[in-house]
Design a protein around this ligand. Structure first.
Ligand code: ATP
Ligand code: MG
Length: 407
C-alpha cells in the first residue's frame, strides 16, 4: 500500500500557509488490511479510517459516480486497483487535487501547481457538476484566498452558474449548506463568499432575500454607498476586520433584509424595514437550520439595530424596553453582540469605516445602570409576584433616567 498526503495540506504547504489538519489517501489497500493495521473505520458509506495514534483521516482511493439527486445519490467504488490519478480527478479544485508522498514528491496530474501560481480556483473535471455543494466550497475558498489574489476561473464560474440554474442547489441538505456558510463567514473576507455566490446565480437560489438587496437604494446622507447590497457586504467585511464571532457575522448579513421589501415608490427610504424584515430573517434561519444563538441574534439585530444607532436619543422608557427585550440581566453577552453588530452596521458605509460609535459605550452604561437594581431591598419592602416585577421596572426606569441625565 502507498500513502499520500492530499488536499488542503498539500495546497497550504505550497502556499506557505500553516497546515492544521492533514488528509491522507491510501492506494493499493483493502478495508481488511487497514483494519488489520489498527485503523478505525468512520462512517458507513465511505472507506475512510482514523489513524490509531494521530487520529488523522485516511481514505482509500476511490472513484465516484453520480446516480441520483443530492449527496445520497452517489455510488463509490474503492478497491486496491483504483489509482492515485483516478482518486484525484473526483476532487473539486485543481489546487485541492494534488498529492505528496513522504519524500514531498508531488503528484499533480491536473496542474494544481500551475493554478496556484496563477491564483486560480479551477474545477478538475466536468464531474464537478455532480455535487452542488462545490458551488459553496469554491465561494468559500474564494473568500479564504482573496487576500492572496485568487479568483474563480471563468469556466468554473460558468459551470457554477449552470449548476445554480439546474435546480440542484435545492437538493442540498440544510446541514451541509450551513457548514459551508458558517465556515465561509468566519474567513477574513466573508463578503467575497457572498459576491461569488451572487456572480454565479447561487445567491438567488440559496438566499433570495439577500440577493434582493442589490439594486435597492438607501438615502445617501446615511449611506454614501447607496446600494443596500453593497452596504451589506461592507458590514460583513467590517465584522471580519473586527474579528467578530459567527453570531455577529450572521446577524450582519441579515440585518437589512426588510429593505428588499420596500415598494419602489418609497425608495430610498425604508420605513419600518426592521420589523418587515423579521419574517425574512426567520425564513433564512429555518432554511439552513441555523444554530439557535445565531438565529436569535439575527432576529434581535434585525428588529432593534435602528434603536442601537439612536441610543443617545432614546427615552429612558424605550431604553428600558430595549434592555428587557434582550433580557440583558440574564444574557449580558448577547447584548454585547448586539452592540457589536450595530457598530459594524454603522461602519459598513463608504467613507465611514473609521467613525466613532459612542452609542456602544452609552448602551453598555445603560445596561449597567439597569442591572444595578437589586431585588433584595424590594423584597424586604414586601413586594411580591407581579407587583415585584413592576417595582423592579420602576426602579430600573429611575436608574435609566438618572443615567441619561448624567451621560
Ligand atoms: P480545509 O483547509 O478547509 O480543510 P481542504 O481542502 O482540506 O480544506 P476538506 O473539506 O478537508 O478541504 O477536504 C479535503 C479534500 O477532499 C479537498 O481538498 C478536496 O480534494 C476533497 N473534497 C472535499 N469535499 C469535496 C467535495 N464536496 N467535492 C470534491 N472534493 C472534495
Ligand atoms: Mg482538510
Amino acid at each position: 500500500m502507498r500513502i499520500y498526503k492530499v488536499g488542503g495540506a498539500v495546497r497550504d504547504r505550497l502556499l506557505g500557509k500553516p497546515v492544521t489538519d492533514i488528509d491522507w489517501v491510501v492506494v493499493g489497500a483493502t478495508t481488511e488490511e487497514m483494519l488489520a493495521k489498527g485503523f478505525r473505520p468512520v462512517g458507513a458509506d465511505f472507506p475512510v479510517f482514523l489513524h490509531p495514534k494521530s487520529g488523522e483521516e485516511y481514505a482509500l482511493a476511490r472513484t465516484e459516480r453520480k446516480s441520483g439527486r443530492g449527496y445520497g445519490g452517489f455510488t463509490f467504488h474503492a478497491s486496491p486497483e483504483v489509482t492515485l490519478e483516478e482518486d484525484l480527478i473526483r476532487r473539486d479544485l485543481t489546487i485541492n487535487a494534488m498529492a505528496e508522498d513522504d519524500q514531498q514528491n508531488l503528484t499533480d496530474p491536473y496542474h494544481g501547481q500551475r493554478d496556484l501560481e496563477a491564483r486560480l480556483l479551477r474545477h478538475v473535471s466536468p464531474a464537478f457538476a455532480e455535487d452542488p455543494l462545490r458551488v459553496l466550497r469554491v465561494a468559500r475558498f474564494a473568500a479564504r484566498y482573496a487576500a492572496l489574489g485568487f479568483t474563480v476561473a471563468p469556466e468554473t464560474l460558468e459551470l457554477m452558474r449552470q449548476l445554480s440554474e439546474s435546480g440542484e442547489l435545492e437538493a442540498l441538505t440544510p446541514e451541509r449548506s450551513w457548514k459551508e456558510i458558517s465556515r465561509a463567514l468566519m474567513e477574513d473576507q466573508p463578503q467575497v463568499f457572498i459576491e461569488v455566490l451572487r456572480a454565479c446565480g447561487a445567491l438567488k437560489v440559496l438566499m433570495p432575500e439577500v440577493d434582493a438587496l442589490f439594486g435597492v437604494p438607501q438615502p445617501p446622507a446615511h449611506h454614501p454607498e447607496i446600494d443596500t447590497g453593497a452596504h451589506t457586504l461592507s458590514v460583513l467585511q467590517q465584522a471580519a476586520l473586527h474579528k467578530q464571532p459567527l453570531t455577529v457575522r450572521w446577524a450582519c448579513l441579515l440585518h437589512d433584509l426588510g429593505k428588499g421589501l420596500t415598494p419602489k415608490e418609497e425608495w430610498p427610504r425604508h420605513i419600518a424595514h426592521e420589523f418587515k424584515g423579521l419574517k425574512l430573517i426567520k425564513a433564512v434561519n429555518e432554511r439552513f437550520k441555523v444554530p439557535r444563538d445565531c438565529q436569535e441574534l439575527a432576529m434581535l439585530v434585525g428588529e432593534y439595530h435602528t434603536h442601537g444607532h439612536r441610543a443617545l436619543e432614546l427615552k429612558p422608557s424605550t431604553l428600558l424596553e430595549l434592555l428587557q427585550s434582550f433580557d440583558v440581566y440574564r444574557r449580558p453577552q448577547r447584548f454585547e453582540e448586539f452592540i457589536a453588530a450595530c457598530e459594524m452596521d454603522a461602519r459598513g458605509r463608504e467613507g465611514l469605516e473609521q467613525r466613532s460609535y459612542p452609542q456602544a459605550d452609552y448602551l453598555r452604561g445603560a445596561a449597567t445602570a439597569a442591572r444595578s437594581i437589586a431585588v433584595q431591598p424590594l423584597l424586604e419592602k414586601g413586594f411580591k409576584g407581579p407587583e415585584l416585577g413592576e417595582a423592579i421596572k420602576r426602579e430600573r426606569l429611575k436608574a435609566l433616567k438618572a443615567y441619561k441625565e448624567n451621560a
